[in-house]
Design a protein around this ligand. Structure first.
Ligand code: PMP
Length: 399
């Protein structure tokens, strides 16, 4: 007699549970990825009707290049000349001139010997951390989910240290430092720009600690790629102290995909061992060509972005808002989750998409609006955003 697994998967119950905990998510259809987009009236509708145009302050398309005609042209040319998809793993038959050219360009940009493109930043993190197979991973408590997942999958011990705290990192290393541990491989991994707090890891201090204990350093520059010249690592001249640089093509570069930049031997190892590279179809050639074109255009777009960031931060702080961070991401921390939701709703009514971020995504008492301006917002857009924040803040009683 065979035993039956009678219960199966009660997914409806699991969804109801998420709903009760306030964790149920929904898709959010929009008609464009530009700085202005129309949002679906009913996200559940298969063929949604889109409402009025709204200003988007929630995308990671920081340089506005996902909607840039010049980038689209480069993608279209690669699609026509090479193909819309890579057709196979790069190790089989999917390694095209678009990939090679992008990787040369990325290595130049990051000032490393070589670079390797993955099909996403997520795949790059998971594939790289597992391929390095560290004995111990020291990880900032606010690191991205793909770092957390890669670390877990690697099977190494994970030591989580306090956010952006190099002293806490040193303490964690000192605690594990024994004669026996000298044979172990240690990896410190951190985001450079943190997407919810808009702050920057103390990379110099982290490199100092790693040097002291003989650990490797890996930095995830997903939110810095394209926004900072060579990333934060490049801006601070740390490319020879950081062993593994990760970036994404999917945010400021307006395309899709991820990459690792580093020494020749690192890249050779990854293309042999990183399972998300070996066993996955190569990055689509149009995405590679789009990202390369975006790299050409990034410097001029950057100037527009920083102008918008400075005007917004100054305007919001003058009104009395608590704006965290010191990057192009502006977290406006209001504290209470109900206040953040009320603010989000008022902003939406005023034609602005700037979502409330609540626990468990951020710690209790730090609910916020995460504002991500784009290079393609006009002065009038920024003024509209500020006016909406002023009116909404007064209505909700925050100002
Ligand atoms: N790292 C960080 C810090 C991220 O924020 C993200 C995307 N949210 C990723 C990696 C994954 O990149 P991608 O979207 O290209 O998969």
């Amino acid at each position: 007699m065979s035993l039956q697994h009678a219960h199966g998967f009660d997914l409806e119950a699991r969804l109801r549970e998420r709903e009760r905990a306030g964790l149920r998510r929904d898709l959010a259809p929009v008609d464009s990825v530009a700085a202005r987009a129309r949002v679906a009236a009913d996200p559940k509708d298969d063929q949604p009707t889109f409402g009025d145009e709204q200003l988007v302050f929630a995308a990671n398309n920081y340089l506005g290049l996902a909607g840039d005609e010049r980038v689209a042209e480069a993608a279209a040319r690669a699609a026509a000349d090479i193909g819309t998809g890579a057709g196979a793993s790069r190790l089989v038959v999917g390694d095209t001139p678009a990939h090679r050219s992008l990787e040369r360009r990325l290595a130049e940009e990051k000032n490393t010997e070589r670079a390797l493109a993955f099909s996403s930043g997520y795949a790059a993190n998971v594939g790289t951390i597992t391929a390095l197979d560290p004995d111990v991973i020291f990880s900032d408590e606010l690191n991205h989910a793909s770092i957390v997942d890669g670390s877990q999958l690697s099977g190494g011990d994970v030591e989580v240290y306090d956010h952006c705290d190099a002293d806490a990192l040193a303490e964690a290393m000192a605690d594990r430092d024994t004669n026996a541990s000298h044979d172990e491989s240690w990896l410190v991994v951190t985001d450079s720009v943190f997407s919810m707090d808009g702050d920057v890891a103390p990379l110099e201090a982290i490199c100092d600690v790693a040097d002291e204990f003989g650990a490797w350093v890996m930095v995830d520059e997903a939110h810095a790629t394209g926004v900072y010249d060579g990333g934060i690592v490049g801006e601070r001249g740390l490319e020879h102290r950081v062993d593994v640089q990760l970036g994404t093509l999917s945010k400021a570069l307006g395309a899709q995909g991820g990459f690792i930049a580093g020494d020749e031997v690192l890249i050779e190892h990854l293309l042999n061992v990183a399972r998300s590279f070996v066993f996955s179809t190569g990055l689509a050639p149009p995405a590679a060509a789009a990202a390369e074109r975006a790299l050409d255009l990034a410097p001029e777009q950057r100037d527009h972005l920083w102008r918008n960031v400075d005007r917004l931060r100054e305007g919001l702080e003058t009104m009395g808002y608590d704006v965290w961070g010191d990057t192009h991401i502006l977290p406006i921390v209001v504290g209470d989750r109900a206040d953040a939701v009320a603010l989000d709703e008022r902003l939406r009514e005023a034609g602005l998409i700037a979502p409330a971020i609540r626990p468990p995504t951020v710690p209790e008492g730090t609910s916020r609006i995460r504002l991500a301006p784009q290079a393609t917002h006009t002065d009038a857009d920024i003024d509209r955003c500020l006016a909406a924040f002023e009116a909404a803040g007064e209505e909700v009683g925050l100002l």
